[in-house]
Design a protein around this ligand. Structure first.
Ligand SMILES: Cc1cc2nc3c(=O)[nH]c(=O)nc-3n(C[C@H](O)[C@H](O)[C@H](O)COP(=O)(O)O)c2cc1C
Length: 168
């Protein structure tokens, strides 16, 4: 038997979304923890991240022509929490979280060296959707550590998880 639920409860029905570290250059380099990250197109390869206008990063993503999506693994939880609670308005989050800026191959925004996956994106579209702006970028370069396993990536929706068992 199903019960009617509120829109908040409907959103709570999800178990988790992939956690990424968005990095951006511009007037100031910054790194922000994001769980709103999705594939928007296969060909061309488009990825998007959703950022609330009140975040310091929002203005940086607006002004920058590009950004990077860095995938941390579960060992990086402390850095994920720092980049998801402190603001680049007040601190250098690379320094605060013990992360290393790395020069990207094709974009001006810096990469996060400690992340096993770095995806360089050139911004192609911005979509205002309620209380978030989706910044959509085309993948222009990417690299992955040979030991990276998707099972080690973090998921978040109120609590942190890793992916569960394979169904098929
Ligand atoms: C696990 C996790 C996921 C988050 N996902 C998002 C997100 O998708 N979009 C967003 O705007 N903020 C998200 N946040 C909040 C920002 O990371 C947080 O407010 C951060 O301190 C903003 O940094 P800034 O002021 O330097 O931009 C998330 C935080 C955590 C801990």
């Amino acid at each position: 038997m199903k019960q009617t639920i509120s829109s908040d409860e409907a959103q709570d029905c999800f178990s988790g979304f992939p956690v990424v570290l968005g990095s951006v250059g511009g007037s100031k380099d910054n790194v922000i923890t994001l769980a709103m990250c999705h594939v928007f197109s296969f060909k061309p390869a488009l990825l998007g991240v959703g950022i609330a206008p009140k975040r310091f990063s929002h203005a940086l993503f607006k002004e920058s022509k590009d950004f990077a999506i860095n995938i941390p693994d579960k060992k990086m939880l402390r850095a994920v929490e720092i980049c998801g609670s402190k603001s680049g308005r007040k601190v250098d989050k690379f320094e605060a979280a013990g992360l290393t800026r790395e020069k990207a191959e094709k974009i001006g925004s810096p990469l996060v060296a400690e992340c096993p996956v770095n995806i360089e994106c050139v911004k192609v579209k911005e979509i205002e959707a309620g209380d978030h702006t989706w910044f959509i970028g085309e993948v222009v370069a990417a690299r992955r550590d040979a030991s990276y396993r998707t099972a080690d990536m973090l998921l978040y929706w109120g609590e942190y998880r890793v992916i569960g068992g394979l169904v098929k």
